[in-house]
Write a protein of this length. Structure first.
Length: 206
């Protein structure tokens, strides 16, 4: 039986590929704050999360989702009979919520566009960290760190890059997606707070 995560990955790959083959369709689905606010094209907040700039962008996001998505769905199913539904809701809302600050900031800039599942993927990764903060996360399969350390570095990096704008990546979406993942997980299972504290009681840098 196909997992929910694999289903999301397949849809994302198909939509991204269609966008690459048809630039006009890709433009119609991009997260363009001006079009959303001034022409009420709210669907873009969701469709943009299934588009990617190129194969590298797509593979990185889907590779990350593949390794953490099933884990988060499993945890949700342990704490709720609606775990799979909650997992899908978190993913979709992660796309939308992560882009809201950018939407507000660039609502009067017609030429600003954004795309990608980074906000939703960040929500999934940080939800996983909340459930198991000491589980090692590996960057590109090489640098492995406890989830809580990885998360701290990720937040600092995203904040710094978002302020300095040294590239074309929407780092604010990464940051707000991560924050949303934490908040959503706490709402779903408030007991995760003492669970997280108990996990961290065993943490030692050395």
């Amino acid at each position: 039986m196909m997992s929910t995560t694999v289903f999301i990955i397949i849809i994302t790959c198909v939509v991204s590929y269609v966008g690459w083959q048809n630039p006009s369709k890709q433009y119609a689905w991009l997260m363009n704050p001006y079009q959303i606010v001034h022409r009420n094209q709210y669907y873009r907040l969701i469709t943009s999360g299934f588009l990617h700039a190129d194969w590298t962008h797509l593979i990185f996001n889907m590779f990350t989702l593949y390794f953490f998505g099933d884990i988060v769905e499993f945890y949700f199913n342990q704490v709720s009979e609606y775990g799979t539904i909650l997992y899908v809701v978190m993913y979709i809302l992660g796309i939308v919520v992560a882009d809201i600050p950018t939407l507000i900031k660039y609502k009067d800039h017609p030429h600003y566009n954004a795309l990608g599942a980074s906000g939703a993927v960040s929500a999934v990764v940080f939800s996983s960290i909340l459930f198991n903060p000491l589980n090692e996360l590996c960057l590109y399969g090489l640098l492995c760190l406890p989830g809580i350390i990885f998360g701290a570095i990720y937040v600092i990096y995203s904040y710094y890059q978002g302020k300095h704008k040294n590239d074309n990546i929407n780092h604010d979406a990464h940051l707000f997606g991560a924050l949303f993942g934490v908040i959503f997980t706490i709402i779903v299972w408030p007991a995760i707070i003492p669970h997280f504290i108990d996990q961290m009681a065993n943490f030692s840098i050395f």
